[in-house]
Design a protein around this ligand. Structure first.
Ligand SMILES: [Zn+2]
Length: 451
């Protein structure tokens, strides 16, 4: 099929302002025209999606691909195939868990070399802020990094050390000058250290023990610190994987003040509840943790309210041995949830129950993350002039998450065995079909977005 001249039509096309019948005309991988449903010239190659939904592909701005260096955890090929199968057409790779991390120009070069020729969808990259690398930020930005991630607490890997307030007072003015964005893992150590002292005698297989070990205070204090530094330095701040509902009022008032602050949360915080996680089920472990049911509902309210801007996966897999499934020790197991492929159906399943629809879905999972990564001139919208990154999605069908359909490398996921609503039928990257009903295109045509 000639990709320079393809039309995709449906009775339900999700555009920025409407969901209506339309035909999407694609030329050279770009959406050239959005016309009436029947405005289809006779000679044109046509994909008629019937009444399946045609919508912009998801932009997942928080994925740990872990290659090079920890390729046994994940890799560009498996991650981007999982993404395509899950309706994600752009992912932004995190700077840590790969070796080297993306905290220097050399590290970035190693990452690009590893990704080259392996990607089924388009991939962009975050750099990292660690103590002492402020001089690397401008070169990394010039080389195509979309912004920078930092930790306020041990990151889990020694080659990506966390920063203190004094490190941030060096890096953030530079980021403000560069008009870049700082992504922050917002947990501070002290409340966690204090909590650890009180855990003696607690059963490490019990989820409540883990929850007690990562108290809300750690997130709450970190958010207060970042709001203050955002105000003082003028640097844009983005809070990653937000979990604690305690600080939502504080975030709301900071945003009301006009601070350049954005917030993401993840499907697992919006799906699961601490009360329901079985003993020893370490595949539910991530940091900050999945909290109580009541916390989860407040996160949904914050999305509706605009206090939380977006939903991204924080796909962070590892090999099964590191999850300590046999001992079920929550305190010692690797923290990270693998679920990149299931973000779309997981959220679709949940949001419908709460009265939201397609407009919210694409705002939270396509438009807002595209904007965060500075890709909103070409990604995240189904509109003229945008890349033809398009998903055909059957919203009424259900499927069960079983290992055979999982495309990411290590199959351990908390969604295992669940019935989810919404099936990705086909995924197009810049007008080329890369996935359809379990099958992939012959070649990985994804590009590395360094411009
Ligand atoms: Zn992460």
């Amino acid at each position: 099929m000639d990709k320079t001249n393809l039309i995709i039509r449906s009775r339900r096309v999700v555009m920025p302002e409407t969901v209506s019948p339309a035909s999407v005309h694609i030329r050279d991988g770009i959406i050239a025209v959005v016309a009436g449903w029947d405005e289809v010239p006779a000679q044109n190659p046509l994909v008629d999606a019937g009444d399946s939904i045609v919508m912009p592909g998801l932009v997942d701005a928080h994925v740990h691909v872990n290659e090079p260096g920890r390729t046994e955890w994940e890799g560009f090929m498996t991650a981007t195939r999982a993404a395509a199968a899950g309706g994600v057409t752009t992912l932004v790779d995190m700077p840590l868990n790969s070796i080297p991390p993306t905290t220097t120009l050399d590290g970035f070069a190693a990452k690009l070399a590893a990704a080259q020729g392996q990607c089924w969808i388009d991939v962009a990259f975050w750099g990292g802020v660690i103590p002492g690398n402020t001089h690397e930020l401008k070169p990394l930005l010039n080389a195509g990094a979309r912004g920078f991630k930092c930790f306020l607490i041990h990151s889990g890997v020694d080659e990506f050390p966390h920063v203190t307030e004094s490190n941030l007072l060096e890096a953030m003015p530079e980021l403000a000058l560069l008009n870049s964005v700082l992504l922050v893992h917002a947990e501070v150590p002290e409340p966690i250290e204090n909590a650890a002292a009180k855990l003696t005698g607690s059963n490490p297989q019990n989820y409540q023990t883990f929850l007690n070990s990562r108290p809300r205070a750690s997130e709450n204090e970190a958010i207060a610190l970042m709001i203050r530094l955002c105000r003082e330095t003028g640097a844009r701040v983005h809070i990653v994987h937000h979990s604690s509902s305690d600080v939502l009022p504080l975030l709301k008032s900071a945003r009301g003040e006009g601070l350049p602050l954005t917030v993401e949360t993840c499907p697992h915080y919006l799906t699961f509840a601490a009360e329901e996680i079985p003993d020893g089920a370490t595949h539910f472990k991530c940091c900050p943790p999945v909290r109580e049911r009541e916390n989860r509902e407040k996160l949904w309210e914050a999305l509706a309210d605009g206090v939380i801007d977006m939903i991204v996966s924080d796909h962070s897999p590892c090999t099964p041995n590191l999850k300590l499934i046999e001992t079920g020790d929550f305190l010692e197991a690797w923290g990270g949830i693998a679920a990149l492929q299931f973000s779309l159906p997981a959220i679709w399943t949940q949001l419908q129950k709460r009265g939201f629809g397609l407009r919210e879905l694409t705002r939270w999972m396509s438009a807002a993350p595209a904007k965060l990564a500075g890709l909103d001139k070409r990604k995240g919208f189904l509109a003229v002039g945008y890349d033809a990154d398009i998903v055909i999605f059957q919203p009424e069908k259900e499927f069960k998450v079983v290992p055979e359909i999982i495309e990411f490398k290590n199959k351990l996921t908390p969604y295992s065995g669940m019935n989810l609503r919404g099936v990705v039928e086909a995924t197009y990257a810049r007008g080329t079909k890369v996935y359809e009903n379990g099958q992939f295109s012959a070649n990985p045509i994804g590009v590395l977005l360094t411009k």
